[in-house]
Design a protein around this ligand. Structure first.
Ligand SMILES: Cc1ncc(COP(=O)(O)O)c(C=O)c1O
Length: 466
């Protein structure tokens, strides 16, 4: 309650966005590119939706990235550094959502027939699968990461006594479905203990791989693991752990709440069986958007849970189900066959993908890493600050996790907000001796704001030094 009050007032001064359009974004981006002498690339991006190329998007090109940051509705004076919890949408995404709500309410029949129809959803799935690196038949649109983690945890047939591995730095969205399945069906939860200091940061990826390997027994049937930890921001060696699992006939389910939109993701190269992702965090789509991936060869083995589609090819009356649902139920679309959806949310996924694709996935990942590195190297010079994020690029990306000795992380978050309107968060789990601050470095953050964060932390650290 106290914390909610400390952050109140964020929405008070949102400007009138009704006048801002996609063209507005493009002309601003054009101006930014013109300033860098790279107009032709931008014009091409506008026409063909290819990413802006070359030096324009270099991670330290502030004139370009300031224009990107300008696309957000975030109140002037606020430094928003909690994309890991929720990514605010840029204007064109927000405006697309508003337009969609308006159109669906003024003429729903035409809207559903001509705009938000099956072809549109197929196109969104195709664009999304291209963005995250899989086939469109392998991806379902979901409400959030948690939904995918639940379907993935309950999806495979398991027997009582079969073991499911997870870790104590997982999010409850990954861990609690496992505990629920185990409580209900007699499968056994096996928790990897990542609480030791040797994991924050790990010396190299093998430290983590070994921890997972040691938890495997001949009864292990599934490993559920985070791609990026929400606690310390560590990027786990997913490929290696999935290869290890596959070599022992063990299924893998990856919690991908953070990488989509933060990293240049290629799910098929990770070698996992299932991957649950968010679109409403680093991808910047509307709130309540996500996806669930199942590897094509695994689709028959992963049952849907929340479901009203064809069952063994039959309809409610025991007769062969009609097309197109029958065919669609053989793809990952079976995981989204559960009643009405909110049209405007699918529209925001499409708009957010356009926004990202125009800038380019690689460019965005480089920018996030650049900001994270800048903050990390600033913080490491401050006496009393401990950094939990790795320097090894294989083990880090856009999240920076740290703590000031003698300062409760909750107090630091509140102080930064009250004094400087810098919004970071703290993650506290006494059970695993974890209490740290976490800042998300994404494209709404300017270089100046990243530097301001370092200065503000230094100010608090000095006040508490003995
Ligand atoms: C690692 C991780 N997994 C899952 C979640 C839950 O995500 P969602 O709200 O998309 O269900 C979060 C949320 O912050 C998270 O950090």
């Amino acid at each position: 309650m106290k914390e909610a009050m400390a952050f109140q007032g964020l929405d008070e001064q949102i400007e009138d966005v009704r006048l801002l359009s996609r063209r507005g974004f493009l002309s601003k981006m054009t101006a930014a590119a013109a300033a860098t002498g790279l107009m032709p690339n931008l014009v091409q991006a506008k026409q063909s939706a290819k990413p802006i190329a070359g030096k324009a998007t270099a991670p330290d090109n502030d004139s370009f990235w300031n224009h990107v940051a300008d696309q957000f509705l975030i109140r002037p004076g606020v430094s928003y550094m909690n994309t890991g919890t929720r990514g605010p949408s840029p204007r064109i995404v927000y405006q697309a959502q508003i337009d969609s709500i308006q159109q669906a309410n003024t003429d729903r029949l035409s809207y559903a027939s001509y705009v938000y129809n099956a072809e549109f959803k197929d196109a969104v799935r195709a664009k999304l699968s291209d963005f995250v690196g899989c086939k469109s038949s392998e991806i379902a649109l979901t409400n959030n990461t948690t939904e995918g983690m639940v379907v993935g945890t309950f999806g495979p047939d398991l027997k009582p006594g079969d073991e499911i591995i997870y870790a104590n730095h997982d999010h409850s969205s990954g861990g609690q479905p496992i505990n629920l399945r185990c409580a209900r069906q007699g499968t056994i939860p096996v928790m990897v203990d990542l609480s030791s200091a040797k994991f924050h940061p790990p010396k190299d990826p093998s430290v983590i791989i070994d921890a997972y390997e040691q938890a495997i027994t001949r009864r292990t049937k599934m490993i559920s693991l985070c791609h990026v930890n929400y606690t310390d921001g560590c990027v786990l060696p997913i490929r290696e752990i999935c290869d290890l699992a596959r070599s022992r006939g063990i299924l893998t389910l990856v919690d991908g709440a953070h990488p989509p939109g933060m990293m240049d993701l290629d799910i098929s190269s990770l070698g996992c069986d299932m991957y649950a992702g968010a679109c409403h965090k680093w991808m910047l789509a509307g709130q309540l958007t996500g996806f669930f991936y199942v590897r094509e060869s695994m689709l028959d083995r992963i049952w849907p849970s929340n479901y009203s589609g064809p069952v063994k090819g039959m309809n409610l009356y025991g007769k062969p189900h009609s097309e197109p649902y029958l065919g669609r139920s053989r793809t990952a679309q079976k995981y989204e066959m559960h009643g009405s959806t909110n049209y405007s949310l699918g529209i925001t996924i499409n708009a957010a993908l356009d926004f990202h694709n125009q800038i380019g996935r690689e460019a965005i990942e480089s920018r996030d890493r650049y900001l994270m590195e800048r903050v990390r190297s600033g913080l490491q010079n401050i006496p009393g600050v401990t950094i939990f994020s790795s320097e090894d690029p294989r083990l880090c990306a856009g999240l920076i996790s740290f703590r000031i000795e003698g300062v409760k992380p909750k107090l630091l978050s509140e102080t930064l907000w009250q004094r400087h309107r810098i919004y970071i968060r703290h993650v506290t789990h006494d059970e695993i001796n974890w209490d740290a601050n976490r800042a998300s470095m994404h494209i709404m953050v300017t270089t100046r704001q990243a530097d301001d964060l370092v200065a503000a932390v230094e100010e608090v650290a000095k006040e508490h030094s003995v």
